[in-house]
Design a binder for this molecule. Structure first.
Ligand code: NAD
Ligand code: ZN
Length: 360
């Protein structure tokens, strides 16, 4: 088993990565020393596929387990669901020493984390991520949220987990499109933060796409390590953590303009990365070989890199509404080369428009 420490002073925790870890969550949790009551928050498909080893392991470790089924996907991230979860926790007698365990994708993790952050002013929280995106991204860093009718992730809190238990074997049941979408975040980590990791991805892509378990384990752990190191240096997302937004500025705008229907998040991020690479080139920050490597790897992973399906003018307009915009301008994360990044605050709108035209 791979052990990745996340050092955040009193809020430090470990990310454990290993095939078969689902059954060991109970034993790992008892090592942390929490109260005997646990609520497992998950959704129906994930419970059917992967719930049993987690619940049985928790019970074998002496925990009294309540299971709550959340709506699937983004539908879980509402105040109404949070309220139902608070009710369920109360009914099951969870107290301040109890633990909320999220078993599922990023949506389950975000809702369960929000519930754990707020129930009795905060109880222990464990992430058992089951999608690739959740394993390498959403489960690490303590960002929890529900959606507001006017914008996603608008209501939330920072609440670090006590443990993140990553079992790469669960990815074997993930639908192909979900899996490839998660690869966009994995590739992103390599581009802006770790050149050797990026090279490993280039070399291992066929094995990764075939979901060879040792390859999956190594790559997932590598990405967890990268995200953890960013979170350690910038827990509350002030400066450095913005690097993780690479490809997301234009990606988010594309998602918004296409009504969150045409592309998965990862596909929009892939298009956003392709755009960011071209934009860097246009601004004289990045070279054409870096652009070529980025687009080649994304494409080989089955992700889109051209034909955004959105009008460039509409995308630029959506950019101004970005949550990270200050006075209507969004900072862009750009990659001067593979393994490096630069925050650029004054990107001319014409350069963005021209890049989007090129992409279309
Ligand atoms: N907190 C953060 O830092 C952070 C970061 C990135 C994304 N997010 C959030 O994550 C959410 C997206 O997460 P997601 O991409 O994991 O999707 P998801 O959680 O919306 O949905 C995952 C879907 O896949 C199914 N599923 C999950 N694991 C499976 C498995 N192993 N086998 C088969 N099916 C499985 C689920 O039943 C569900 O239908 C968004 O709400 C986003 O805002 C949060
Ligand atoms: Zn993302």
């Amino acid at each position: 088993m791979i052990n990745i420490p996340v050092s955040l002073g009193a809020r430090s925790y470990r990310i454990l990565v290993g095939p078969g870890l689902l059954a060991g969550v109970g034993a790992e949790l008892s090592r942390i020393g929490v109260g005997s009551r646990v609520a497992v928050l998950s959704d129906e498909p994930v419970l059917a596929l992967h719930g049993r080893p987690v619940v049985e392991g928790l019970e074998a470790a002496g925990f009294a387990v309540t299971t709550m089924r959340l709506p699937e996907g983004e539908a879980a991230k509402t105040l109404a669901t949070a309220e139902q979860a608070w009710d369920a926790l109360l009914a099951a007698g969870l107290d301040r020493t109890s633990t909320v365990v999220a078993v599922g994708g990023g949506a389950v993790g975000d809702l369960a984390g929000f519930v754990a952050a707020t129930y009795m002013r905060g109880v222990s929280f464990v992430q058992v991520p089951t999608t690739l995106l959740a394993q390498v991204d959403a489960s690490i860093g303590g960002k929890t949220a529900i959606d507001h009718p006017r914008a996603k992730n608008l209501i939330g809190a920072f609440h670090q987990p006590r443990l993140v238990a990553v079992d790469p074997a669960v990815l074997l049941t993930l639908p192909e499109r979900e899996f490839r979408s998660g690869l966009a975040e994995v590739i992103k980590h390599g581009i802006v933060l770790d050149a050797p990791y990026f090279a490993d991805l280039e070399a291992s892509l066929p094995a990764l796409l075939a979901r060879d378990l040792p390859t999956l384990t190594r790559i997932v752990a590598g990405s967890c390590r990268i995200k953890a190191s960013v979170v350690e240096r910038d827990e509350h997302e002030t400066e450095l953590r913005a690097v993780l937004n690479y490809g997301h500025t234009i990606g988010h705008a594309l998602e918004a303009v296409t009504g969150f229907e045409r592309w998965t998040h990862g596909e929009a991020v892939a298009l956003g990365i392709a755009a960011a690479a071209r934009l860097a080139e246009r601004l004289g920050i990045g070279g054409s070989d870096a652009t070529a490597r980025q687009t080649r790897l994304l494409q080989a992973a089955g992700l889109p890199v051209r034909g955004s399906g959105a009008a460039p003018a509409a995308v630029v307009e959506a950019l101004a509404r970005d949550k990270k915009a200050r006075d209507g301008r969004v900072p862009f994360v750009l990659a001067p080369r593979i393994g490096a990044f630069q925050l650029v605050f004054d990107v001319p709108q014409e350069a963005v428009l021209a890049t989007l035209d090129e992409l279309a």
